[in-house]
Write a protein that binds this ligand. Structure first.
Ligand code: SAM
Length: 251
């Protein structure tokens, strides 16, 4: 059986929850924050690794960045390409597994947003992705990763929860496993009277663990934040954001 993250029907069925209108609406603000946190200059080449339906790729292209989006899920890329065409935005959307994509010394910036990392059972795959990211970057380039920090999850973990997004009801049941290195969640979605159920899981990293892994993969300076505005990673952090530089940090 394929793992959940390689299951096309999962990405299709749960897309209305993952990319709900409220989340899509927040994209502009997220991009504002990323530009300011990384001090990006228009024209920079950006790789949106695991771009999904392209919400950040499209917004970055609208602002004059040269964007490449990579994702494994065909339906998302089809949607992203359609939107880009409608707005006459030139974005290179590539269907590829993040472990296999390779374009050395090509990007000023690599982004990996909204918990798109840590899916693989074998830890070596995570390291392979980060080593590749290091290779994709030009000297002086920067990588930003946005994920669920272990510390944040420990503070907020509820075991089970339910919520509604528009007319969709979501029930979640979570379990921390493997000595706090892995989380497993069962999701039930009730949409239009139909029940959809799936199990997802991923590796958990603390700020220190992910920071060390990035340094092992070649990154020189790694900064940790609690959200995209650059707040501290403390007891109020919402996300785990790491900004890692290839070579010296640009002024
Ligand atoms: C939670 S979504 C985030 C999408 C996008 N970054 C966003 O913020 O809207 C995770 C994305 O990772 C993609 N993905 C999962 N496994 C992948 C892999 N091995 N290689 C490339 N993309 C992958 C999925 O298709 C999905 O689009």
């Amino acid at each position: 059986m394929k793992p959940w993250h390689q299951d096309n029907s999962f990405w299709k069925e749960f897309a209305p929850v993952l990319f709900n209108p409220q989340r899509v609406e927040r994209t502009k603000e997220e991009v504002d924050n990323i530009i300011s946190l990384l001090n990006l200059k228009a024209g920079a080449s950006v790789l949106d690794l695991c771009c999904g339906p392209g919400r950040h790729s499209l917004e970055l292209a609208r602002r004059g960045f040269s964007v490449t989006g990579v994702d494994r899920t065909r339906i998302y890329l089809t949607e992203a390409r359609k939107k880009a065409k409608k707005e006459r935005l030139k974005i290179d959307f590539i269907q590829k597994d993040m472990r296999g994509f390779c374009k050395p010394n090509s990007f000023d910036v690599v982004l990996n947003l909204f918990t798109s990392f840590g899916y693989f059972e074998d830890e070596k795959d995570d390291k392979k992705v980060l080593k590749n990211v290091y290779r994709f970057l030009k000297k002086g380039g920067v990588f930003l990763i946005d994920t669920v920090g272990k510390e944040v999850l420990a503070r907020r973990f509820q075991g089970s929860d339910w919520y509604e997004i528009n007319d969709i009801l979501i029930l979640e049941e979570g379990k921390i496993c493997k000595d706090w290195t892995w989380v497993e969640s069962r999701w039930i979605m009730i949409k239009d009277g139909k029940k959809h159920e799936t199990k997802i899981s991923h590796r958990l990293y603390s700020a220190k663990e992910l920071s060390s892994l990035l340094k092992d993969c070649g990154f020189s300076s790694v900064y940790v934040y609690g959200d995209l505005t650059g707040s501290s990673y403390d007891d109020k952090a919402k996300r785990l954001i790491l900004v890692a530089h290839k070579g010296k940090k640009k002024k």
